[in-house]
Design a protein around this ligand. Structure first.
Ligand code: TTP
Ligand code: CA
Length: 441
């Protein structure tokens, strides 16, 4: 059976499974039949607010830390040491004080917690665009299809992530890995803190069998009581009951019970895309009617837009050109493309095609380019055989992006891609740029 060492981040295969990693001696190994085949993860930070406070003040490391200070306040969370005294979230701070008199009570510092949350989510984004945030410290990640990119299976990528978050950010996470969201979420809770639990396909039914019905989200106190009255205490009892009857008794909830008790959950990991469109524009100091100059500006804007898309790991398929005439009349022209893209040269070519039809001697004071129909991804790059010219440009653009990622934004000037860039820069010196990333919806 394969095993994963969470300290030296290696996958090995020895029979029988060793108690310690043969490579580094660590006991933090996970062995599982389906170790390398599962792709849906749920990640939840441990005692989030409390661990951030401990990170910021190492003297608190071994003390019971409770977040929630004041006579009438409630506990937001507490560290695992304080939990041993029975303190928990949502408990009045006064009760917590009685249970844990030597506890260190602190006020919340939301600004700090949000900052750490953003840093952690930025690390998630390096792994996959398919991230579904659930709260400030929790998310689903779909790592399906990322093995080629990372040259490693999701389990190893996740172990590395946990290590990185501990080393770079200074807090710990717990990971659940499975074949759907329902099970991944259950798994992340099984071995907290610093947990990593796996629920495979083969074991799903037997794993769930002895679990209580309220492990299913949406099954609260009242419904648990109702199910108990009807003779359903464990998931095995639901698994063995005809689905039709569960639907007859509980309607849609019954259908859910039938599915989830068997570990069937077809919900996709849905990224939370806030921006419905992204756009950038520039207002000139002097109005312009020259196609070449407008076109050069358009190229710069397309590059900027493309960089925003790449940073957010988004692609879109509707390109919009925006022009404002000397007399403030707005013209917008859009075109839908077949393959959604994030590439500057493709955005530019479409926008330039739209521009060509608008240049008729009119003087323009503003030009902009936008993209909508956004979704997560990197997009399918054009294939050599079908469109060799476009494929060549794409390869050049990706190479430049790689260099920029390594050596910084200004490492490469993409003038090479578009020879007119320098010409316009001299003509338009001083032009005011108003970049705007629109967030609508
Ligand atoms: P949780 O993930 O529920 O808890 P946690 O991260 O503190 O601990 P665990 O290791 O069990 O996951 O919530 C995340 C943060 O949200 C938590 O640190 C504080 C905040 N929170 C509240 O402010 N009030 C609450 O009632 C709960 C449950 C959480
Ligand atoms: Ca948490």
């Amino acid at each position: 059976m394969q095993f994963l060492c969470r300290d030296c981040i290696r996958i090995g295969e020895v029979f029988p499974t060793p108690k310690r990693c043969p490579n580094c001696g660590s006991p933090r190994i996970i062995a599982h039949e389906e170790l390398t085949g599962l792709t849906i993860a749920h990640i939840d930070c441990d005692a989030f607010y409390a661990n951030i406070e401990k990170r910021n003040n190492p003297q608190l490391k071994d003390r019971p830390v409770i977040i929630g200070m004041g006579v009438r306040s409630v506990v937001a969370t507490c560290c695992y040491i304080a939990r041993q005294s029975g303190v928990h979230s949502a408990m009045p701070s006064s009760t917590a004080k009685k249970l844990c008199p030597n506890g260190v009570f602190l006020k919340t510092n939301m600004k700090e917690y949000k900052k750490v949350s953003r840093e952690i989510f930025a690390l998630f984004e390096q792994l996959t665009p398919l991230i579904e945030p659930l709260s400030i410290d929790e998310a689903f990640l779909d790592l399906g299809g990322t093995q080629k990119l990372h040259k490693a299976p999701p389990a190893l990528v996740l172990a590395k992530l946990a290590q990185k978050i501990e080393q770079q950010i200074g807090i710990s996470i717990s990971i659940g890995l499975s074949h759907n969201k329902f099970l991944a979420k259950i798994a992340s809770d099984m071995d907290k803190p610093r947990g990593f639990s796996i629920i495979g396909k083969q074991e799903t039914l037997s794993f769930l069998a002895n679990k209580p019905v309220n492990i299913i989200y949406g099954v609260g106190k009242k419904f648990t009581q109702k199910l108990k009255q009807d003779g359903f205490l464990t998931l095995a009892q639901l698994q063995n009951h005809p689905k039709e009857d569960l639907i007859k008794r509980y309607g849609e909830l019954g259908a859910n019970l039938a599915q989830l008790s068997r570990g069937i959950d077809n919900r996709k990991v849905k990224p939370n895309i806030k921006a419905k469109s992204l756009s950038t524009e520039i207002t000139f100091e002097k109005d312009i009617d020259d196609f070449e100059i407008l076109s050069t500006k358009l190229y710069e804007l397309s590059e900027k837009l493309s960089q925003a898309l790449k940073k957010k790991r988004l692609i879109g398929d509707i390109i919009t050109l925006k022009l404002k005439t000397k007399s403030f009349k707005l013209r917008t022209r859009s075109k839908q493309i077949v393959l959604p893209t994030q590439l500057a040269h493709i955005i530019f070519e479409i926008a330039q095609y739209l521009l060509l039809r608008e240049v008729d001697g009119t003087k323009f004071r503003l030009i902009g380019v936008g993209i909508s129909g956004l979704r997560p991804g990197r997009g399918q790059d054009p294939i050599d055989l079908i469109e060799p010219k476009i494929a060549k440009k794409t390869a050049a653009e990706r190479a430049i992006d790689n260099l920029r990622e390594k050596y910084g934004e200004n490492a490469v000037i993409s003038g090479k891609l578009y020879p007119l860039k320098n010409k316009s820069d001299t003509k338009n010196k001083g032009g005011k740029t108003n970049e705007r990333i629109n967030k609508r919806g």
